[in-house]
Design a protein around this ligand. Structure first.
Ligand code: NAD
Length: 557
């Protein structure tokens, strides 16, 4: 198949999809893997808005523009295993000489020198065609749809239940805003954790997408109807989810006026981006689109004021007994800037629920079957269940996921695994490929939201024991360790999750292709990557990480 035929079949803008099966289009699986994952990121079943090359998280893109995307595809089709492609904010800029165990693609997205690292400066560069916002897994080509955040959200809700509700979320109501790419995982995660869920999104199309993919049970256009449904379900201990088309601030205000205090309140609107990610109170989607174009400064001001009002209602609910936490979208910071001076009176989800997992080197390990065959994921699930018979939580999760999670695009699975476990799982998958038990290679990656790969003081590194929240040497060390270790592609981004100026983070993907080279790379990368998380938390003074330094013999001899 020549280049034009390939484009016609897989990449006529805005209709993208990854090739499946065992036939190679690139020169090796190492080059085919990033090609398939890039196209998968932009598949309509996966991406929120392929027209704009937006994958998720507000404006998180996989490539800078359609022309730049074509060039990347061309390079990947022609690349060989002694070269690596350089991507600068979603555009191919060069090819360098490397070797077969080096990463095939080296990606840097949205990075700005700190003093210039603001949305305003970024927007100026973006409008001149010089940059794109890579979010985390959008620009690093390892987004797998809402499932990518599903287990993390499930773990977070379950941890919240364990910490505040004696381990049981039955008869508990969770209320949250935003049902987009990541936020759309909340309803299914909540019902998997036995809670009743009310989600609010201003855009009906977003909710419809979740209904179609089985992530949410019902859509409602009426506050009263949605309220009755969830109150009845809560009373009967029924784990159902309802998506209400409304403004999140207005709904919280109405709930307060009706004396309804949810058990848990959080939010996943794209608050990190006040211009493109949040719809100001009182505006229709259409009016918001127009105002954004004609008066962006006014838009941002209204947006931040609305977030202040929104957080004000969350704080009132907190006073009345609700468990309230920030879910990683920088909502508190935007609300503070919008005038809510007590915005930081509730915690972020990392110090609340996730940091102990980071001390074990745990994080959102994920993999995708390049064959496109769902049976390959079933085989990997089963292999993990057999290889980790004592990990009952993981087994319970994999069984639930098999029953409840519909794949979007290439079949994939997420499962939080820690130090030791990731390497073991990676080698296991490589052996499945070698033995022909799965039909094609498997890519193994993770979110940048991980134990040792991110500096984000309002999220992953909020309230570190030693106050080192803003130190971003760690994600750079992570990038270098994974590059040296031989990941198949690596990335370094700025601004993911929480927006420009607020985070720096690294990503990696490594290929299980059944070869000895694959095993060598997997053993190094899947050791180094979680080890960085343990080093980082040990250095900050966490006892659990210190114990893990001994358990895994990570200390200096
Ligand atoms: P998205 O842009 O796909 O979805 C955001 C949704 O918010 C949209 O559907 C939009 O219609 C809705 N919305 C905006 N303003 C609203 C309002 N006033 N009222 C009601 N709904 C409104 O984004 P996403 O991928 O779902 O990510 C959401 C946020 O979570 C982002 O800030 C992202 O950076 C962050 N995030 C969190 C995690 C985590 O682990 N907690 C992980 C990744 C991303």
């Amino acid at each position: 198949m020549n280049f034009s035929e390939f484009i016609e079949k897989y990449a006529t803008h805005p209709n993208y999809h990854a090739p499946t099966g065992i036939e190679l289009h690139a020169k090796s699986w190492q080059c085919e893997a990033p090609l398939r994952m890039l196209l998968n990121n932009l598949d309509r079943r996966v991406a929120e808005n392929p027209e704009e090359l937006v994958v998720y998280g507000g404006t998180g893109q996989a490539a800078r523009n359609p022309e730049a995307l074509l060039q990347i595809i061309k390079c990947l089709l022609e690349l060989d295993d002694n070269h690596s492609l350089l991507i600068q904010s979603g555009k191919a800029v060069g090819i360098v000489r490397t070797h077969p165990e080096a990463p095939r693609v080296l990606i840097a997205n949205s990075n700005l020198v700190p003093v210039w690292a603001t949305w305003d400066h970024f927007e100026k560069l973006k409008s001149e065609g010089l940059m794109m916002y890579g979010q985390m897994t959008a620009g690093s080509w390892i987004y797998i749809g809402s499932q990518g955040i599903l287990q993390g959200t499930f773990e977070t809700f379950a941890a919240c239940g364990a910490k505040y509700f004696h381990g049981d979320l039955k008869h508990k109501l969770i209320v949250s805003g935003g049902l987009g790419g990541m936020g759309g995982a909340q309803p299914l995660a909540a019902t998997l954790a036995d809670a009743t869920f009310l989600g609010i999104d201003i855009d009906p199309e977003r909710i419809k997408k979740r209904v179609e993919s089985g992530y949410i049970d019902f859509i409602s256009y009426s506050y009263s109807e949605a309220k009755e449904m969830v109150l009845k379900a809560k009373e009967h201990g029924k784990a159902i989810s309802v998506g209400l088309v409304a403004d999140i601030g207005d709904t919280l205000e109405q709930l307060l006026a009706d004396g309804i205090i949810p058990d848990v309140v959080t939010d996943q609107t794209s608050a990190h981006d006040p211009l493109y990610g949040y719809i100001p109170n009182g505006l229709t989607l259409e009016a918001a689109r127009t105002l954004r174009k004609v008066a962006p400064e006014k838009y941002k001001e209204l947006s931040m004021k609305s977030m202040a009002r929104h957080v004000g209602f969350m704080l009132e609910m907190q006073k009345m007994g609700a468990i309230v936490f920030d879910y990683g979208n920088n909502l508190r910071e935007m609300a503070l800037q919008g005038g809510e001076k007590n915005a930081y009176n509730f915690n972020g989800f990392i110090p609340e629920f996730i940091r102990p997992l980071f001390c074990d080197g745990k994080g959102p390990f994920r993999w995708a079957a390049l064959s496109g065959d769902p049976e390959d994921i079933r085989v990997t699930d089963q292999a993990l269940i057999e290889a980790f018979p004592d990990n009952l939580q993981m087994i319970a999760w994999l069984k639930k996921a098999e029953q409840r999670v519909e794949f979007q695009g290439l079949p994939a699975r997420i499962c939080w695994l820690g130090m030791g476990e990731r390497e073991k799982a990676g080698v296991l998958f490589n052996n499945l490929v070698k033995a022909g038990k799965v039909k094609a290679p498997i890519v193994i990656g993770r979110d940048h939201l991980d134990c040792g790969s991110v500096a984000s003081p309002n999220r992953e590194t909020e309230k570190m024991l030693d106050g080192s929240d803003a130190v971003s040497d760690w994600p750079l060390l992570n990038l270098m360790a994974n590059t040296g270790g031989g990941a198949t592609w690596v990335s370094f981004h700025h601004g993911g999750g929480v927006g420009m100026g607020y985070s720096q983070h690294a990503g990696m993907v490594v290929l299980a292709d059944g070869t000895e080279r694959g095993e060598n790379c997997i053993r190094r990368v899947l050791f180094n990557d979680p080890a960085l998380g343990i080093f980082r938390h040990n250095d900050a003074g966490y006892e659990k990480a210190r114990e893990n330094m001994h358990t895994f013999e990570l200390g200096f001899k």
